[in-house]
Design a protein around this ligand. Structure first.
Ligand code: HEM
Ligand code: HEM
Length: 186
């Protein structure tokens, strides 16, 4: 099972620097892409296409990072839970984390469908990628709906996840945040 601690070595008390790097870089990119997505309605029409492209290109970085991170994660199990972690936390944390990973992949993939089937072209500055797909309203509208639903599911789950981490850290005082902090020492 991938979520078991590595029993051959004494389990580290905190996540490795690579895990911490993946976590907080993904977090920063998702906050940027998500906030931009929510702001589309406020952006004047002539500028909107520019920002939808920025959203899509940075969203592709979220996808690439998530794929690399998941591959890395299979070979690098997380540290064991702190002593005295409640049974409910032990049961819930792995499925919630895997659901977060799944959303970090599926949400951008559906975004790609919404983007490409709207006949949009990825503009990376130095080069462009045009899949040449004709605009198909039923497809892109459905994909936009699903993308929106998945984005709000991700935001909701991240909210619960962050609240759980804060509750553990400040109420149970089990040092949960320190496990994922680049600065804290175990
Ligand atoms: C876009 C937002 C976020 C995403 C997608 C996300 C995702 C994840 C994932 C997938 C893990 C599991 C790592 C693993 O074991 O493989 C994790 C762990 C963790 N996250 Fe987040 N996270 C986000 C935001 C936050 C925020 C805002 C906080 C703090 C308030 C936070 C605190 C933590 C902590 C402390 C852990 C380690 C939990 C443990 O010790 O078992 N995360 N996060
Ligand atoms: C973690 C990554 C992503 C997040 C959090 C995210 C979030 C969002 C949000 C919140 C919206 C607005 C939904 C609404 O209220 O209607 C949106 C719209 C959209 N997103 Fe994303 N997105 C991500 C990745 C992507 C990617 C990779 C693409 C394409 C390659 C993409 C393409 C789109 C498109 C085409 C729209 C609709 C724009 C329009 O109004 O025409 N998204 N996204």
């Amino acid at each position: 099972m991938i979520d078991q601690p590595n029993l051959q070595e004494a389990p580290a008390a905190r996540y490795s620097l690579s895990a911490i790097f993946f976590h907080w870089v993904s977090f920063a990119l998702i906050v940027f892409v998500g906030a931009l997505g929510l702001a589309f309605g406020l952006i004047p029409r002539p500028n909107r296409l520019f920002w939808i492209n920025i959203h899509a290109v940075v969203g592709l970085a979220v996808l690439a990072l998530a794929v690399i991170r998941i591959g890395w994660r299979f070979r690098n199990p997380p540290p064991d839970y702190p002593e005295g972690t409640p049974a409910l936390t032990r049961k819930l944390s792995a499925p919630v984390h895997w659901l977060l990973y799944a959303l970090m992949v599926i949400l951008p993939l559906v975004g790609i469908v919404a983007f490409v089937w709207h006949a949009r072209v990825f503009d990376f500055g130095l080069f462009k990628i045009d899949f040449g797909v004709a605009s198909n309203k039923p497809v892109y509208e459905a994909a936009e709906e699903i993308h929106e639903f998945l984005a709000f599911s991700l935001f909701g789950l991240v909210g619960l996840h962050a609240l759980a981490a804060l509750w553990h850290h400040f109420m149970r005082k089990d040092g949960t945040l320190a496990r994922m902090s680049p600065w804290a020492r175990s």
